[in-house]
Design a protein around this ligand. Structure first.
Ligand SMILES: [Mn+2]
Length: 309
């Protein structure tokens, strides 16, 4: 049986709202991971999120955040991403699977870069990106300058040099191996990139038209063709705000877990992702309990698929 290591990302400096830096600590405090382990899942924390939260880069760094887009602000994100990259790399190298929890979605740069490095799969990582947003901006196209909107561009080699550098060389992913599910808030510059690279981008409208099952089959094709390893990155804001209210950038008319979780689980069963990410959990916003239940439901749905080789 493969072990599952939970790796925290204790940073919200890549986002617009404070609070998601406490997401991993909130999950730790709930006892959820210990409960799953007591029930027999081979799961454990790899690092205690509170250790990072109590470090100079944790709570204190978030007390007086410099403005978005400044080198001082970016340095905080880079430190956390580089650390996450190392943790994911080490976990995957030891033969376990990684479950990353955070934090703002800039974390995906670190987690997917670590996966690519461990598997020597630069340019051959398939990425299922479940999100309301495309997160494929660069500093030139981004209206907000928030790095949590830029990880997929950076992983593809585009954008801020310091951010791109963490992704490694050659770029960890090729845009053709991304599949988006749940899109409904895409910036004009991102749409240009999606069209330019022919990215498999499935919006809520596509889902209404074709059905979620068809969309998952198409997504599977994109992420499993010419790839050596798979990552699922699940932004909680992909889900409807009624099921995931405490996220930094909620968008109406999202996915519903009753329809989505069984398909996610089936896909995980088929593809056995080495990395599963749950991101943008912000327990300081209204609706924490509802959102926590979604985190719990996601883990319960996906663990059985991940813990078998
Ligand atoms: Mn996102």
């Amino acid at each position: 049986m493969q072990g599952l290591k939970v790796i925290p990302y204790v940073c919200s400096a890549g986002g617009k709202k404070l609070g998601s830096e406490t997401g991993a600590s909130d999950i730790k405090k709930s006892g959820l991971i210990d409960k799953l382990a007591a029930e027999g899942a081979p799961i454990a924390w790899y690092v205690d999120p509170n250790e990072i939260y109590d470090s100079p880069w944790g709570r204190r760094a978030h007390e007086n955040l410099p403005p978005r887009g400044t080198p001082e602000r970016n340095d905080i994100v880079f430190w956390h991403c580089a650390q996450l990259k190392n943790h994911v790399r080490d976990v995957i190298r030891s033969g376990d699977r990684a479950i990353t929890v955070g934090g703002d979605h800039a974390m995906a740069l670190g987690s997917i870069a670590g996966l690519a490095e461990a598997k020597k799969a630069q340019g051959r990582v398939g990425v299922l990106w479940v999100d309301a947003h495309a997160d494929f901006n660069t500093p030139e196209t981004s209206p907000s300058q928030a790095l949590h909107g830029m990880p997929l561009a950076a992983l593809s080699g585009l954008g801020d040099k310091g951010f791109v550098a963490i992704g490694g060389e050659p770029p960890a992913i090729r845009p053709q191996n991304i599949a988006y599910i749940g899109l409904r808030d895409v910036d004009p510059g991102e749409l240009d990139f999606i069209q330019h690279y022919g990215i498999a981008a499935f919006t809520m409208k596509d889902i209404e038209r074709e059905g979620l099952e068809t969309i998952f089959a198409k997504a599977k094709q994109a992420i499993s063709t010419n790839t050596d390893t798979i990552a699922f990155s699940i932004d909680l804001d992909a889900f409807d705000p009624s099921e995931a209210p405490s996220v930094g950038t909620p968008v109406e008319n999202g996915l519903h877990k009753a329809q989505t979780l069984p398909l996610l689980r089936a896909l995980a069963d088929e593809l056995k992702p080495d990395l599963m990410e749950i991101t943008e959990y912000n327990p300081t916003l209204e609706g924490r309990d509802t959102t926590f239940t979604l985190v719990e439901d996601l883990l319960n749905a996906l663990l059985p698929a991940l813990e078998t080789a």
